[in-house]
Structure formats: C-alpha cells, structure tokens
Design a protein around this ligand. Structure first.
Ligand SMILES: Nc1ncnc2c1ncn2[C@@H]1O[C@H](COP(=O)(O)OP(=O)(O)OP(=O)(O)O)[C@@H](O)[C@H]1O
Length: 557
C-alpha cells in the first residue's frame, strides 16, 4: 500500500473543499482531473509522449527496486492493516461500552424515577418507613394477584368484606409481610391493622396442613382475640385453613396436645391461656412449626408488671423455635422499648409508621369539659343526655367499681345501658358485646377492657367519664369512634384533680387539629415516673352517687 492508498483509506468519508484543495485532491487522486474540452496544443502531444516514456522508464526502474523491497513492503502493509483493524475493533468496543453505559444510565434513571414515585406515594399517604430494601406499597387489592399470585378466593373475601381500596397501613405492611419481612407497624386506631396482618398471613400459609399451628396471633384481651378470630375466619373462608381460639384449657389439651391430629393452622389467643398450655410438663401445645407470630397491641403486651405481658411474651417467643419464624408487631401507639427490642431481635426489621407517632385519629372531634367535681360529672353526663345523644355511646371509667357505680345511677334513668368489666362472666361479656354490636344496648359503660382494639361499628360518641391515666390510654379510648373513615366524637370530663395528665392529653388534641386553651399546653410538664409512682399520683375519686354525701372520699378495698 502506498502513501496515496493509505491517505485515501484514512480520509475515507471525509469531506474536502475540493475547490480550495483541488490541486492536493488531484495529487492524491481523490478527484478526477477536470476534462479539458479544447484540443491539445501542438506541442502538448509531444510533451505527453515524452512524459509517458519517462514514466515507463521510471516504472521499470522502480519495478526492479520494488521486487527487492516486496518482502519489506508486505510486512508494512500487514502492520498497517492490523493497525486499521485494531482501530476499527477499538472503535467497536468503545461504541459497545458507550451503549452499555447509556443503557445502565437509563435503567438507573428509571429506577430513580420509580423510587421518586414510590416516595411521593408514601408521602401522600403519610407512610414513613425505616429499614433497608423496603417493598413497594400497593394501591389496589387486585395488584396482589399480579404481584404475588394471591389466591383468588382470598381476593374475593377481601372484596366481600367491603374493602374497596387498601388503607395506608395495608398498602405498606401487606407487601412487606408477603415478602416475609419482619415488621413493626404503627398506625392510627381504626385504620385496618387487623386485615393488614391477616391478609398476608393467610396468603403465606397457603393450603391447610397437618403440621400443627403455623401462625399465632396474640392479643391482650379475650374480646379482641375473638374479634380477630372472626375477621380471620371471614378472610379465609373457602380456603380451608383451620383457625382456633383456646376456649377452655382442659379441652385444649385434647385438641392441640401431643396426641392430637395436628389438623390446625392458625391460633388466635391471649397470652395467659397459651402460657398455661406451654408451661405444662410436657408442654400441651407445640409451636415448633410456627412460621408467623403476630403481636397485636404490641406496646400493651410489652408492658411489664402485674398488668403487663412481657414475661409471657418472652415464653411464647421461645416456644416458636423454628428458624423460619417471622414476627410482626402492630399497634396504634408507639413505645420506645418495643422499637429497641425489635431493632435488637428481629431480622432486618422494617418499621412502618402511618401519620404522626402517638397521635389521635384526626376524624374524631374532641372536646374537653371542665366539670368541677365528681358530682359535676354526673350533671354534665345528664346534660348531654338531655341535649340528645345518638347511640351507640361508649363511656369509660377508671375501675370496675366505678363502672358498677355509674351503672347503678343510670339504670334508674330508664336508659338502655349496660356495663362490662373483668368481674362479669365470660358469657355475660360475650352477650354484652353482641348486644352493643347489634344495637340492643345504647350506652355501654366500660373499664379499660374495651379501650384497645375493639371495633364496634358506628360508635357515635366516646365519653371519658374519668380522665384517662395517660395520653396513650386517651388515644386508644377515643379511637373506638371514628373508625374506617367514619367521623366520630369524643367528650372528656376533667376536674381540678386531673391536672397531672391534662397537658399531655391537650397536646394530643392540638396535634390532631382540635382547639384547646393555650394555658393547658403551657402547664408544667410531668416528670417521667415509674408505674407505682404514677398510681400514687392517680386522683382518689369520690364515689359516683347522688346520695346526700357524694363528695365524701373513701378508699375502696
Ligand atoms: N381496606 C379497608 N377498607 C374499608 N374498611 C376497612 C378496610 N380495612 C379494614 N377496614 C375496617 O376498618 C375497621 C377498623 O379496622 P381494625 O379493627 O383492623 O382497626 P385497627 O387499626 O386494628 O384499630 P385499633 O388500633 O383500634 O385496634 C374494621 O371495621 C374493618 O372491617
């Protein structure tokens, strides 16, 4: 290859200003010589013949030289070719890697865009998360079949329950549990937490099996366990899973003990009954195949002391020995202890919070009413009755004694009222709950027993006859109204003696958009106290009575 060839190859595709560089282009044979229309001049022919002769001579000489140089020039030619080839392959590689990078960049951009959309979606629904690789929330129940292959019967059951769209906690907690992630979830009262854990649980268990219990749901009260049991039955209808409660411990030994068939899948229980069976020697219930352990009202169950379940919960955890066990904790209120425990003990836990932590649901209109004294409470209550109340109404008092006292006062007013507390028999409690649900009972007086988790549809009004002992208790009590998006109302009586908790409850009210007098928020903050001390600070309330000496203080046994 000569210099001309090489130049032609290297300049292939390049554009020259052929007018400006005509002579050079001609020299390198990039353009054809312009045709001369005129005849050659007479001397020109001679010149041409001479030039041709000279050229032939030169060619001959150069051919001789060329023969000698052939070997060398071939080598050079090869090298040039190789250079060109390597240039070409390098260019190819470069364009390939550029394409790859562009593809990667566009994939990253797509992922970033998707993440931005997900973040926006969470922001709109006030879903806050903590944890790594958090599953994408979903918007529509039908997505569960396309994303997770959810059983169509389960989807039908969800629709049959009247759940048109998922609530925010369901949007985020369901995908997490479907992907078998351990979860600590905190969402407002009445926001559908029960279905948020039951739906993925039913999906994950799949077909019924004969391996004994594969899921355990722990609730703090029997009433709540019964309610969860019913919801679980409703959602798993037609799937065949066997759901049980521990009705009677001696029957439970036969049903679930070592000699049993193992023909059961989900257990919904309070801690005490389960502990009784676990602590028999040998144990009367086997939890070694448990795949899901759900703790409802987790902050309550984590409380220690005589009313707390912390020790029982620890025993239940130990009994669920499978390395495959996944745990999920749900509550409307958040406790620092629970969060720390989850961070330490759960596997790559995801924490989900909907709305502000420890906030009252904002669809409940809340009022604080100063009633002066205990006798003032009864008057204020009767005033509300005179103005007209729309049942069902739930009234909270501090203790079972006070529940009985108020009941005895109201029963003579000819009101359709009943009372529920721990001294009533199981059958009585069940009948009362049923009566209140079906509208037979209009006003139900209760202790803290009904404060958490109970879902009475359409409770119009909650009256805190006795001031709640903490902001947490207030949030749960007033959360019995304003559920599943329906509006509600809560009236809280207070006296001079209730100033200890007034500030924190006023703050909860302000945070959920209610008006409260400024002085309440300016009151001195209470120091953190131990349980025993808090009990001592609880006001000694006068007996609820219209007898001649209602203000007489006395100590109840
Ligand atoms: N997606 C949904 N659409 C409409 N209603 C729903 C949906 N999910 C649940 N519900 C209904 O909302 C009500 C409250 O649900 P649930 O009892 O689970 O609330 P919760 O968050 O557990 O409240 P709490 O903290 O008081 O225990 C129930 O009546 C339930 O049937």
């Amino acid at each position: 290859m000569d210099a001309y060839d090489l130049f032609r190859k290297l300049s292939f595709g390049a554009k020259f200003d052929k007018k400006k560089y005509y002579n050079d282009a001609l020299k390198f044979q990039i353009v054809q010589p312009k045709c001369v229309e005129s005849q050659p001049r007479p001397n020109e022919n001679l010149e041409l013949i001479e030039r041709k002769e000279i050229e032939t001579n030169v060619n001959e000489v150069s051919n001789v030289v060329k023969d000698d140089e052939d070997a060398d020039s071939c080598k050079e030619e090869d090298e040039e070719k190789l250079k060109l080839l390597s240039c070409h392959s390098e260019a190819l590689l470069l364009s390939k890697s550029r394409k790859k990078k562009a593809k990667k960049r566009s994939k990253q951009q797509l992922l970033a865009l998707e993440q931005e959309q997900t973040n926006h979606f969470r922001k709109v629904h006030r879903i806050y998360i903590q944890g790594s690789d958090v599953s994408k929330p979903f918007e529509d129940f039908s997505e569960l079949s396309s994303r997770y292959g959810m059983n169509s019967t389960l989807i039908q059951n969800i629709n049959a329950s009247g759940y048109v769209a998922p609530t925010p906690i369901q949007m985020q907690a369901i995908p997490l549990m479907m992907e078998r992630r351990e979860v600590l979830a905190c969402a407002p009262t009445g926001s559908g937490k029960t279905a948020a854990f039951l739906i993925p649980l039913i999906h994950c268990l799949g077909e019924p099996q004969k391996k004994g219990f594969r899921a355990v749901v722990v609730s703090p009260t029997r009433e709540l366990a019964q309610q969860t049991y019913r919801e679980c039955q409703k959602l798993s209808e037609g799937i065949g899973l066997r759901i049980h409660m521990i009705e009677n411990v001696s029957k439970a030994v036969k049903k679930f003990g070592p000699q049993s068939s193992g023909n059961f899948d989900i257990l919904v229980t309070t801690p005490n009954r389960l502990i009784y069976l676990l602590e028999q020697d040998p144990s009367d219930i086997n939890l070694k195949n448990v795949e899901w352990l759900v703790v409802d009202e987790s902050d309550k169950l984590f409380e220690d002391g005589p009313k707390g379940f912390r020790d029982q919960l620890a025993t239940i955890y130990r009994a669920c020995q499978s390395t495959q066990v996944r745990r999920a904790l749900f509550s409307a209120t958040f406790a620092y202890d629970v969060e720390q425990w989850c961070k330490l003990n759960l596997d790559n836990v995801v924490m989900v919070t909907v709305g502000a932590k420890n906030a009252a649901t904002d669809i409940v209109g809340q009022e604080l009413v100063f009633v002066g004294s205990e006798s003032g409470k009864l008057m204020a209550f009767r005033n509300l009755l005179i103005k007209g109340l729309t049942p069902p109404v739930l009234v909270f008092v501090e203790s079972k004694e006070r529940a009985k006292e108020l009941f005895n006062e109201l029963i003579y007013d000819g009101i359709n009222v009943d009372v529920i507390h721990a001294d009533r028999t199981q059958v009585q409690r069940e009948n009362i709950v049923k009566g209140f649900r079906t509208g037979k009972i209009w006003i139900l007086i209760s202790t803290e027993l009904m404060g958490r988790g109970i879902d009475f549809k359409g409770v119009n009004l909650v009256i805190n006859y006795d001031f709640p002992s903490s902001a947490i208790s207030y949030i749960h009590r007033i959360g019995r109204t304003g559920r599943a998006g329906r509006p509600g109302r809560a009236v809280t009586f207070f006296t001079e003696e209730d100033r200890t908790n007034l500030r924190s409850i006023a703050q909860v009210m302000r945070d959920s958009g209610c008006e409260v007098p400024e002085y309440m928020l300016q009151m001195k903050k209470q120091k953190k106290m131990g349980k025993r001390k808090r009990k001592e600070v609880q006001p000694q309330r006068a007996r609820i009575s219209t007898d001649p000496y209602p203000e007489k203080r006395f100590k109840r046994e």
